[in-house]
Design a protein around this ligand. Structure first.
Ligand code: PTJ
Length: 257
């Protein structure tokens, strides 16, 4: 339900997603900066036609193979992801047998607790917070503060909507990093092991589904999917798609407002 917006509105779905972010801010889960980040994502998604492209599908397959095969995985949660896809984050963590860990750029104890409560209201049993002593080296922001049993211990980390530096630092720490970022030009996208260039709202259900499928196949089959993936090629295809958008006629799935 979107306050004041008729379901027949041509941009209803986009407005409904915005509303989740606004609610996130109102309940202390999302930062005000998160609204700006969402606006940038919306613009890129618009140019991508608001659909999941084949390059994103391939990235999702590789991400699922990698995450399922990892010895230890953590699902990192920030204020935007928590507002947009809380149930999906809980379902993915459960499928992977991975902890959910709150990790924020604009850090604050109150918001960390609000996000943990929000995830629990959507089915999470446990949610890790920074433990106050464990840090990832090479990160200037509060994102360096992690939990020894979550991100610090993981050999693969799932990071929806990142802000750049941490992805490179996690890679330097020897971890595989799967991100979701609508911007194929971002430092996050470029330093990821696998970057899914898609809206997190569309990518998550598919990632969960493929992760469930990947649990049923052999380690060799997963290795073939993950090993055949080329992140630079994904980003090249995504950028080409963005730049090729014909704004004179081509329109997203729903007509512009
Ligand atoms: O909750 P916090 O304090 O950890 O802060 C979270 C934000 C997202 C505000 C913080 O990480 C941030 O400032 O991120 P950036 O640097 O703005 O990067 C966010 C990236 O996510 C940008 O490249 C956006 O294009 C992209 N993005 C925004 N919305 C979506 C998205 N990608 C996928 N799906 C979206 N819905």
């Amino acid at each position: 339900m979107t306050a004041g917006v008729d379901a027949r509105h041509p941009r209803h779905e986009s407005l409904r997603i915005r509303e989740r972010l606004v609610r996130g801010v109102e309940c202390g889960v999302t930062s005000l900066h998160g609204l700006i980040a969402h606006g940038r994502g919306e613009a890129l998604d618009y140019l991508l036609g608001e659909r999941t492209h084949e390059f994103a599908e391939r990235a999702i397959d590789a991400a699922a193979a990698l995450l399922v095969s990892a010895t230890s995985t953590a699902v990192s949660v920030n204020g935007n992801a928590a507002a947009l896809v809380p149930e999906e984050l809980v379902a993915l963590a459960s499928t992977l047998g991975a902890p959910l860990e709150v990790n924020l750029f604009h850090a604050g104890t109150q918001r960390e607790r609000a996000i943990a409560a929000h995830l629990k209201a959507h089915g999470a049993k446990d949610v890790l917070l920074p433990d106050g002593v464990t840090e990832i080296a090479g990160i200037a922001s509060p994102r360096r503060l992690v939990n020894a049993d979550g991100i610090a211990a993981a050999d693969a980390v799932f990071v929806p909507l990142e802000d750049g530096d941490r992805c490179a630092a996690l890679r330097s720490a020897g971890k595989a990093v799967v991100t979701v970022d609508l911007n194929p030009l971002s430092r996050t996208a470029r330093s990821s092991t696998v970057c899914i260039v898609d809206n997190v709202v569309r990518a998550m259900p598919r990632l969960i589904e493929v992760a469930r499928e990947m649990r049923q196949v052999t380690e060799q089959e997963r290795a073939a999917v993950a090993g055949g993936y080329d992140n630079a090629e994904t980003l090249r295809l995504a950028e080409t798609t963005l730049r090729a958008t014909d704004t004179s006629g081509a329109q997203p799935a729903t007509a512009p407002a």
